[in-house]
Ligand binder design. Structure first.
Ligand SMILES: [Cu+2]
Length: 267
């Protein structure tokens, strides 16, 4: 099944993607079987009960119970898909990575029509951000007087994560509802003004020359079509190099952007 899905689905670079793809495939197979069965039955009924063969209509309907049993069988299959696969997958996904997993925490702030990406920097503490400080040169509204924010790294439409390290992304929005969509990570989450919604995933494959998109999956305005970013899955060393190159001049990181015992970022 995994080989077949790999051929027809987009690249899957996440640990949880295979399970979601499998569920999607089961649902589509069930719908295909139902569609073919009912369309065949519909054509059969048109032919079997045509006027020429049945000049006098009968109003007592079907007398056997096979259709009831067929409906019951479909309901049972749907319950199995929901209770046996979908709910367990959701409950696993809803749990945050355990603390020992040292997740990389990032904020993504959507706006018409771009993705602002905010890293806490080497101190692992997000600098204070205030909507009153937002300007064209300070799209995240970072407070220049907050020492925790001096080493923060901000990028536009460019998201770097680390291979085989869990990522927690805090999805936010500055204006309207957007939808943060990483097709290769099988992640899709609405970005809602006034809310901080964390999503997490473990990247298990690197780009290897492939271009991976961040898309907006909500029609959010006239420029929706150009709300596109790039996702890069780096090795630890590559991420550190990139973070160093992006760090503010006077606070270039000397160490890994996330120490082994990362404290929880300030909210
Ligand atoms: Cu959008």
């Amino acid at each position: 099944m995994r080989e077949l899905l790999a051929r027809i689905m987009p690249v899957d670079a996440s640990a949880h993607g295979a399970e979601l793809d499998r569920l999607t495939a089961y649902v589509h197979v069930l719908m295909l079987v139902l569609f073919l069965f009912w369309i065949t039955y519909f054509v059969y009924v048109l032919w079997r009960f045509r006027e020429k063969r049945n000049p006098i209509p009968r109003y007592d309907g079907m007398r056997s119970h096979w259709s009831t049993w067929a409906e019951a069988a479909v309901a049972i299959i749907e319950v199995v898909l929901l209770v046996g696969i979908a709910i367990p997958a959701w409950s696993r996904w809803a749990k945050r990575p355990v603390d020992g997993a040292n997740p990389l925490e990032i904020r993504v702030v959507a706006e018409q029509f771009a993705w602002n990406v905010h890293y806490p920097g080497p101190d692992n503490i997000f600098g204070r951000a205030d909507v009153k400080l937002v300007s064209s040169t300070n799209p995240l509204g970072l407070d220049p007087d907050d020492p925790a924010g001096r080493d923060d790294v901000a990028t536009l439409n460019e998201l770097h994560v680390e291979l085989n390290r869990p990522v927690i992304i805090h999805v936010r929005s500055k204006d309207v509802i957007h939808s943060f969509f990483l097709p290769v990570m099988r992640v899709k989450q609405d970005a809602i003004p006034g809310m901080d919604v964390p999503v997490h995933f473990p990247p298990i494959a690197a780009n290897a020359g492939r271009q991976w998109d961040i898309a907006c999956a909500q029609l959010c305005g006239l420029g929706h079509y150009r709300m596109r970013g790039m996702l890069f899955v780096d090795t630890h060393a590559e991420l550190l190099d990139w973070m160093t190159s992006m760090a503010p001049e006077e606070t270039a990181p000397e160490e890994t952007p996330a120490a082994e015992t990362a404290p929880a970022p300030a909210t």
